[in-house]
Ligand binder design. Structure first.
Ligand code: PEP
Ligand code: MN
Length: 360
């Protein structure tokens, strides 16, 4: 059990929605575009406004953000519209200039979270300040890196910390821009039940048509809220134009979400009974798995004596195909079956390998 205690993020204004909602353009482009977007969001009751000033770009030659020039634009949104404006910081110099401009709410981008050196420097730059900080997951699916970054900030004395799931880079293109590996934020939440974790459906989806389904999926998984990219004219946005929504589209998305995140609620009798069944089945699965491993181990000793290789491709192909067919007939998903049996096979190979070594 971790001794690092995160507390839920708190904002000192009421939200019209039963969850935290942070919205705004991918990038601040001009003062007029930034102000206009904020004003429209403020009219919908949204108080947490996002806009990047410094943009990490994959390739040179694309819009890299307006930089320091936009700091007073964001500050004006705070003073004139009563909103809380947050922007991405990736270096101590970003932090220093943003603090000097009077800003006090920041997020750490996915590329930065992946670098412990950068995180350590940022934590030092923020030490002793009263800021609110959101930490996005790293690009690669490594929960330790994400949790490690959160802890570095906590150890630097920052207490208002939340996390943002924005999906992960995976090889090959699925339907999403960044694959949502939900088990990672769910595990983070298991380790730190009080940590506020938002979902960023815009960077997960990559296409505005998918933003509503990813938002709904996130809220069904009990995220504390959403960070959504919004632009008054999404098609004309200077960055991430395919994934931004108009303010009106955001409002209809939010109005259609009738899910309330819960925290430590008492479970109903029915839920408790159903979970009891799940526990019983899992116990049985474990017992069967252990029995299966014993057979694998026995086969391993026979292979070692006969000087046969542990992995026999024919057998592996047969096993996967057979299990996929059987499992699909039982209504299980192909991707899941594939992952499950590759992983079981890998564990069997490991057991046979260690066993044949201990025998010799
Ligand atoms: C962003 O929020 O616009 C952004 C660049 O995010 P990420 O770090 O998740 O790619
Ligand atoms: Mn973006």
């Amino acid at each position: 059990m971790s001794t690092d205690l995160f507390t839920p993020l708190s904002f000192d204004y009421p939200s019209p929605y039963p969850f935290t909602i942070c919205a705004g353009p991918c990038s601040a482009e001009t003062e007029a575009q930034t102000y206009e977007t904020a004003k429209q969001l403020q009219a919908c009751g949204i108080r947490l406004f996002r806009a990047s000033l410094w943009k990490p770009r994959t390739r040179p030659g694309t819009f890299e953000g307006v930089g320091e020039e936009g700091l007073p634009w964001l500050r004006r949104i705070e003073t004139e519209l009563g909103m809380q404006a947050l922007t991405e910081v990736a270096s101590p110099s970003h932090v220093e200039s943003a603090l000097r401009a009077g800003l006090h709410t920041f997020w750490i981008g996915a590329r930065t979270t992946a670098s412990p050196f950068a995180i350590a420097e940022l934590a030092e730059a923020l030490r002793g300040t009263e800021v609110t900080l959101l930490v996005k997951n790293p690009l690669n699916p490594d929960i330790e890196l994400w949790e490690g970054a959160l802890m570095r900030f906590l150890h630097a004395g920052i207490t208002q910390i939340g996390a943002v799931h924005r999906g992960f880079s995976t090889y090959g293109k699925g339907q999403y821009r960044n694959t949502p590996l939900w088990q990672i934020p769910i595990e983070l939440s298991r380790r730190h039940p009080e940590l506020t974790i938002l979902s960023d459906p815009s960077h997960i989806a990559g296409r505005r048509e998918l933003v509503p389904v990813v938002s709904r999926a996130s809220m069904e998984m009990n995220f504390s809220g959403l960070m959504v990219e919004v632009h008054p004219h999404p098609d004309e946005a200077w960055s991430d134009s395919a994934q931004q929504l108009t303010p009106a589209a955001l409002v209809s998305l939010l109005d259609a979400l009738d899910i309330h995140p819960t925290r430590n609620t008492a479970d109903s009798e029915e839920l408790r009974a159903l979970r009891g069944e799940i526990d019983r089945i899992d116990h049985e699965l474990l017992r069967l798995m252990s029995e299966r491993m014993k057979y694998a181990q026995h086969i391993g000793t026979i292979k070692a004596k006969a000087h046969l290789p542990i992995v026999q491709p024919e057998r592996y192909r047969y096993l996967i195909e057979e299990r996929l067919r059987d499992g699909k007939a039982l209504g299980l998903e192909e991707g899941f079956l594939h992952e499950l049996f590759s992983s079981i096979h890998e564990a069997s190979v490991h057991v046979q390998h260690t066993h044949s070594h201990s025998e010799s």
